[in-house]
Design a protein around this ligand. Structure first.
Ligand SMILES: [Zn+2]
Length: 221
């Protein structure tokens, strides 16, 4: 990546998002990883490095073809970050973590998180799909995510955790925070054993409202 100033700016944003993710209790230790699209590839957090000592120079560049620059080892999950960015041109940021409630839902073995709360629509649909389990860091895991995430900005990885994506790091993190809340509610009502699911038509209305909300935010800023 040639533009060093831009690299430092995006690197700083990635580190700040990691710290915020930890403050929101969405992650434990260094298990989470975050990436952002740049010209010709992406920048991603390094493997196994605590966020509070991370510097922009530690953030690793990987080309669109999957070539890793010399230096630090990238997060072991770089493959699915790159495949999500390659498959979703409208998205520039990917956030992955082992948020406790999303991870609990991932262990239930269900195919999706249902619309028990309208905030599920923040991830772009009336469910959040669960991708089949595969060993972390493998192409198989990328393929399993790609199969179900096509029309969604979030995906639960079975027996693993959560991944979200959006146009900016801030938005991808907000989706992770909101989906973690829906997962928390779901685990609660599951324990009680009784709950209701919002109809698809209602989620369609919410999706339209969210679209307008997004436009208003953009307009005001
Ligand atoms: Zn993970």
């Amino acid at each position: 990546m040639k533009d060093q100033k831009l690299r430092e700016k995006i690197g700083t944003e990635i580190i700040n998002t990691c710290i915020k993710m930890k403050e929101l209790d969405l992650n434990q230790g260094t298990a989470g990883n975050i990436s952002h699209r740049v010209e010709g590839g992406m920048l991603i957090t390094p493997s196994g490095m605590p966020y509070h000592i991370m510097q922009p120079k530690d953030i690793v560049f990987i080309s669109n073809a999957g070539e890793i620059e010399e230096g630090r080892i990238p997060s072991s999950e770089w493959r699915f970050h790159l495949s999500i960015l390659n498959e979703k041109p409208e998205c520039n940021a990917v956030v992955h973590n082992h948020a406790p409630y999303a991870t609990m839902v991932s262990i239930l073995g269900e195919d999706f998180l249902p619309a028990i709360h309208y905030m599920i629509a923040i991830a772009g649909g009336n469910t959040v799909p669960c991708a089949e389990y595969a060993t972390y860091g493998t192409q198989e895991l990328c393929d399993n995510i790609a199969k179900v995430m096509t029309n969604h900005k979030a995906c639960i990885l079975k027996n693993h955790g959560l991944v979200t994506t959006d146009a900016t790091l801030e938005k991808a993190l907000v989706i992770a925070e909101e989906i973690e809340l829906v997962c928390r509610l779901y685990m609660g009502v599951k324990a009680v054993g009784k709950y209701t699911i919002l109809p698809d038509e209602e989620i369609d209305i919410v999706l339209k409202k969210f679209g307008n909300y997004g436009l208003n935010v953009k307009h005001n800023s």
